[in-house]
Design a protein around this ligand. Structure first.
Ligand code: SAM
Length: 340
């Protein structure tokens, strides 16, 4: 019997943040001048992460995504990837990166067994990149995407957070770029998540608007009829180019959400919007066995009733929900800590 939560959702997808540090400061994620970092000694080592993954696997997890912060900042990351890739039960092993450090690492990542790669790319315009990410790194990101495209990952995706007045004039150029490099582009609605302290309702470009703009350029767009728990709805342009839209803000996918998150210091979060999580580092470091960890996972997931994005939508608020003072008190509320 698969483990189900209160809304009959299975536990399948685990996003593992391997660091809370990042080498960009994107305005939608880390817009503040200063951050409080997780203490170094609290960060899980690779053996600890692998031990936890075993317990999660025992309860049904078969998809793992490595994220952060910026995961490519974590030293020796391929060692962890190799260890996870060797687990037969992990059918899908993916990584999300901003691409800055990707070019020199793409080959090793593929060789260590990584299946899929997603690169965040919000603009093709150098000055927009600099204004949005606050580092002049567009060239290195594009070189990283080129390097990854040459490595033959099972899939290569580009994730773009669309923000009104910032990059919403680049929908077509980004799709054309994705087509050129062989990557599927996914447009993400700007979300009011912890850390997005500049978020406003006006700055969100909805799925409906994204589709209307693309149809005005390309002609009729057909939805792909897929029954998956993936967050993106996929579409086809008239020439059969596919792309995705993640409409977590205007049309959340809580009903089918099978994902949870492990922070770099071992807090297990059942929802991107959860205000608290379960500390799994403590029992692990106290010597809990695989069985004991598995039972903990089961006990926590079986009472899960989170549907944070739907609740956020129902609030109908025009401005950000989590104030800076709360973020300063608890770094675990930040998107870059919980792993995007
Ligand atoms: N550093 C890696 C990267 O840039 O892909 C991984 C972590 S980052 C937090 C992962 C992704 O989270 C971002 O690319 C973006 O897609 C998403 N994200 C962060 N803040 C967001 C927001 N306010 N709204 C929508 N997506 C957001």
């Amino acid at each position: 019997m698969p483990l189900l939560d209160r809304f009959a959702r299975p536990l399948r997808s685990l996003r593992i943040s391997v660091t809370d540090r990042c080498n960009l400061r994107c305005q939608y994620c880390m817009p503040e001048p200063e951050y409080v970092w997780l203490p170094r000694e609290s960060i899980l080592d690779f053996e600890e992460i692998s031990a936890l993954v075993d317990a999660f696997m025992d309860e049904g997890v078969d998809r793992v995504r490595i994220t952060g912060g910026e995961p490519l900042l974590r030293r020796n990351l391929p060692v962890l990837i190799e260890s996870l890739a060797s687990r037969q039960a992990i059918a899908d092993l993916a990584l999300t990166t901003n691409g800055v450090l990707l070019a020199p690492q793409a080959r090793t990542l593929r060789a260590s067994g990584l299946h899929r790669l997603t690169v965040s790319l919000d603009t093709l315009n150098r000055s927009t990149f600099q204004a949005l990410a606050r580092f002049d790194e567009l060239d290195r990101v594009l070189a990283g995407i080129d390097a990854a495209a040459a490595e033959g990952f099972r899939s290569l995706k580009i994730d773009t957070v669309v923000i009104r007045g910032v990059n919403d004039d680049e929908l077509v150029p980004l799709l054309e770029y994705g087509r050129r490099v062989g990557a599927e582009v996914r447009f993400i609605e700007y979300m009011d998540v912890g850390g997005a302290t500049r978020w406003t309702a006006d700055s969100v470009v909805s799925r409906r608007e994204i589709l209307a703009r693309l149809e005005a350029h390309y002609g009729p767009i057909a939805p792909l009829d897929e029954q998956t728990s993936a967050p993106a709805d996929r579409y086809l342009l008239p020439d059969a180019t596919s792309f995705g839209i993640i409409s977590s803000t205007t049309d959340p996918f809580c009903a089918s959400c099978d994902r949870s998150r492990l922070t770099a210091d071992g807090v297990w979060l059942l929802c991107l919007y959860a205000s608290t999580g379960t500390d799994v580092r403590r029992p692990l470091r106290a010597g809990a066995t695989r069985d004991e960890l598995q039972r903990l996972v089961e006990a926590v997931w079986s009472v899960r009733a989170d549907r944070g994005a739907e609740e956020r939508l129902a609030l109908d608020r025009e401005t950000t929900l989590i104030p800076i003072r709360s973020l300063k008190k608890d770094a675990h509320l930040e998107m870059h800590t919980r792993g995007g």
